[in-house]
Design a protein. Sequence first.
Lengths: 457, 178
Amino acid sequence: MAESKHPAAVGEGAPVIEPGYTFGTVTDKISSIVLTRPTSNGWFFGFGVAFLLTMMMLFAIAYLFARGVGIWGINIPIGWGFAIVNFVWWIGIGHAGTLISAILLLLRQSWRNSINRFAEAMTLFAVACAGMFPLLHMGRPWLAYWLFPYPNTMNYWPQFRSPLVWDVFAVSTYATISFLFWFVGLIPDLATLRDRSTNRVAQIIYGMLALGWRGSARHWHRYETAYLLLAGLATPLVLSVHTVVSFDFAVAIVPGWHTTIFPPYFVAGAIYSGFAMVLMLAIPIRKVYGLEDFITERHLQNSAKVMLATGLIVAYGYAIEAFMGWYSGNRYDAFTLWNRLHGPYAPCYFALLACNIFVPQLLWIRKLRTSPVALFLISGVILVGMWLERFIIVVVSLHRDFLTSSWGMYYPTRWDWMTYIGTIGMFLAAMFLFVRILPMISIFEMRTLLPEAEVKE
Amino acid sequence: MKRTPVYGMMAEFDSAQLLVDAAQRAHEAGYLKIDAYSPFPVEGLAEAMGFHKNRVPLVVLIGGLLGGLSGYALQYWISAVSYPINVGGKPYHSWPAFIVVTFEMTILFGGISAVFGMLALNGLPMPYHPVFNVPRFAFATRDRFFLIVFSSDPKYNPVETRRFLESLAPRSIAEVPS
């Protein structure tokens, strides 16, 4: 799907940027959201609610530290519970940001230029939420640094044959690279804010963050090389992260986990839920800040198409899981399938099939793909579905394994829910702050989309 | 006004096309120490000034190799030398299990080298630079394009250089105080 650099010339679908904009008006429109637009009551209300939820999370965590993981619903045989469900859910959501900023950059999909910045911010905040869960789950979170190989007086080192140690490296690399990628993309825009702002304090802060960027041609030359190389490095990285997360399950011998389909099916599911989150953020943001000219119908449609495609890969994953349960002749795998359909958690499995497979088929209809309200609702359904998928994988596989004597049930407690809902609050609070103090659309990349940016040799 | 040493002569242009043409002509006219400023990366601008290759890829290659090698060496030394433990009868040096961390360390070091290598080669962060003394330069991050001839250029001459820049149809010309 190679496209010309200037999508206004492309016939198919709506333009990626409405005609009539110049370098100046694009710059002013995006920077004014941060610099001159008064902070609305709606922003204070939304941030306030998100902030209260964050406080609730901190309360739940404080109580957890005081009492230990016994306040959660976890026990043998279900030792993983909400913490791991939420960890996988959040980190999956983050994957869409890297896909948009790195993979679509390498594929020259220039429509990404107006959604990559806040998708990358979404990645960062989602990874921050994800990263907390394994630490909270450890029982003694103050010893979290034992995960890293460092010389110590115990003469003790991590065990590098374990996927859980691989996960430490994968997730911490992912968080670092995502932050660097996001920050490098911000540097030229921070320089714009430094030069546009009239407030002395803002000038100093943006000025320091912009590192003295002045847009020299030699700097741009190295900048573009570095940006492209970062994208090239982030692309295999993002695929590896969810692959390694799936190894946490697939390397174990628990029926329902021990399968080779997991890596591709986890990566597809991650992108699926990530695009749903991108849409759930983009649709209200473009409406509230009047950015329909930059985040157009075309962006919504393309995101919907990505969801449809990855949703079908996920459906294929479910089908293969069910097929292998029967075809392998392994009675434990067969029982896992039976237990999903008829066991105590069967309603979750049917809800999962409805949310992840049946409802998203509505996206075949063009009218719904271009309707912000419909897309917002379908995205919400997909996010619920992807959360249920991880619940099925973690809880339903663990609760009935090989021996009937070790079967059990898992019921989340209020502390499980408070921590989970609290991270959603923390994520939203961070997003509210982000749209208020940083340009949520990449200004310099939007300039390159304008026809006047074209230079003849 | 107090006389200050001159850093260079700067011309302001309205479009990317004009800037590329101007940079090309300045390069052809024999000016060696020039630079161009634009609000977004302009294709062919660096090449027009005779700047073709940068060393960022080399830095990233070295960083990535270093990361991969140190990642593997770390795991080998820990698992086979310093703290050998028998896990399910697997060899101490079980290399297939070490691939994931080696890969992640390659990406981590490569990415960090890309960012810090780019910043270091660009000489950033640099809080002060003489070009910011020109008030109109604030538009270099909005919608204007600038070409500067540094006073350290052997061909630099306040009169000649100004005349040359005027021939490029700029919007304005300013002397940059150092």
